[in-house]
Design a protein around this ligand. Structure first.
Ligand SMILES: *Cc1c(COP(=O)(O)O)cnc(C)c1O
Length: 393
């Protein structure tokens, strides 16, 4: 059944085709028009409901699992999860294929924690067998970090085969599901892991300000004293929240209230399945339309995520990203620069309060932008496509 179009943003407000911050609903924005006392029972009830709803989306039941919200952007919460759930004498295998895997490795380096990186470059997925080999070769590795959707390329990494390899080797899996949770299934009943992290301003469609770690309660309890940071200590935040119902330090009250509204909207839309379907349709309309204009995606279809898609920049010398960006912005669409080291590219996100109707207008805007720049062909340089051919499924 075709969906009714989503309401447009307020007059003069562009669509954010970026993977967080993203376009949010009027209801989410309205939820921020009230001040809350952080210690007051009304706000404590909001926090409790947010935690319970997040656990339910993950298929995670108390008392085996718990949810710990934490102030800061996603990277703060990744840092908190790594520093808290990896024991000081543990060793982490980081599965990197883009900027966020690299950032996690850098975070571990800053904390002085033992780690090893499998670096697959910009666009190749880490596969189960190579994870199994790495774990067999290094018995000191206690934990593995996987990136669910690597937002820098948009690749959806093969989490089930990675989780199976980690479990078979008797090690613990942590997941950065920042840009996937809420739209790509992550159910802890199907996926063996110790915990994962995500944030308010991605697929749940809240505003920036905090993230959350969902982890086994036994891992949270055992994390006492692991963190070298006072404020990014997941155990301490959890213990305080369990005791008082409050956040340990000043919470982003308005962002939390907005997030509760976003969680209610998520459920009303039909949860992870419906949100994933809307985002997938957004992607399919975008990719088909852009290919119709002559653009090529970095990734073969099997690896495209419903979150964000990377397109090669056209080889035509009349194309430049700054001009294209400005032409898209003039049509009320904010796009995203590329983050690849191998080829010129740009990204278009398909998450947030956008639907297929909007994506068709995005494609029309891209066509008009090309025409305005005098770009005759959107085809990428041939070398760029040669790279993609190496990506076997
Ligand atoms: C967004 C994101 C993060 C966190 O980035 P922040 O800018 O700190 O919010 C981490 N990992 C992934 C995969 C992401 O998409």
């Amino acid at each position: 059944m075709p969906r009714a179009p989503l309401p447009a943003p307020a007059e003069g407000e562009p669509y954010l085709l970026t993977p967080g911050p993203l376009s949010t609903s009027a209801g989410v924005k309205r939820a921020m028009l009230r001040d809350w006392g952080s210690w007051d029972a009304d706000f404590r009830a909001i926090t409790a409901e947010v935690r319970a709803r997040l656990l339910s989306i993950a298929g995670a039941a108390r008392p085996e699992w718990d949810c710990v919200p934490l102030q800061g952007s996603g990277s703060y919460c990744v840092e908190a999860m790594l520093g808290s759930l990896l024991p000081r004498n543990g060793k982490m295998l980081v599965l990197a294929n883009g900027a966020y895997g690299q950032r996690a490795a850098q975070t571990l380096a800053c904390m002085g924690r033992a780690h090893l990186v499998i670096d697959k470059g910009d666009y190749l997925p880490p596969r189960g067998p190579e994870v199994a080999d790495a774990l067999a070769a290094d018995p000191a590795i206690t934990h593995v970090l996987a990136i669910h959707c690597e937002t820098s390329s948009g690749i959806l990494n093969p989490l089930p085969e990675i989780a199976a390899a980690v479990a078979a080797a008797g090690r613990k899996l942590l997941i950065d599901s920042m840009s996937a949770f809420g739209a790509v299934p992550l159910d802890v009943r199907d996926l063996p892991c110790a915990g994962f992290v995500s944030s308010a301003n991605k697929c749940i469609e809240g505003v920036p300000g905090f993230g959350f770690v969902i982890a086994r309660t036994a891992e949270l309890a055992a994390a006492r004293g692991n963190s070298q940071s006072l404020s990014l200590d997941v155990h301490a935040q959890w213990a305080y929240m369990e005791k008082t119902g409050q956040w340990r330090f000043t919470p982003p009250t308005h962002a939390v209230a907005a997030f509760l509204q976003a969680l209610k909207d998520h459920q009303a839309e039909g949860g992870v399945v419906a949100r994933g379907e809307r985002y997938t349709e957004n992607r399919d309309v975008l990719v088909a339309g852009m290919r119709g204009l002559g653009f090529e995606t970095l990734l073969a279809d099997a690896w495209l995520s419903p979150i964000i898609t990377t397109f090669f920049s056209p080889a035509d010398p009349a194309f430049d990203f700054a001009g294209f960006y400005a032409a898209m912005k003039a049509r009320d669409f904010i796009i995203y620069p590329g983050k690849l080291t191998v080829a010129e590219s740009f990204r278009i996100g398909h998450i947030g309060q956008i639907d297929a109707h909007v994506m068709r207008r995005v494609v029309a805007a891209a066509g008009a932008a090309l025409a305005g720049m005098g770009v005759a062909s959107a085809a990428p340089p041939p070398e760029a496509l040669g790279q993609r051919a190496r990506l076997a499924t």
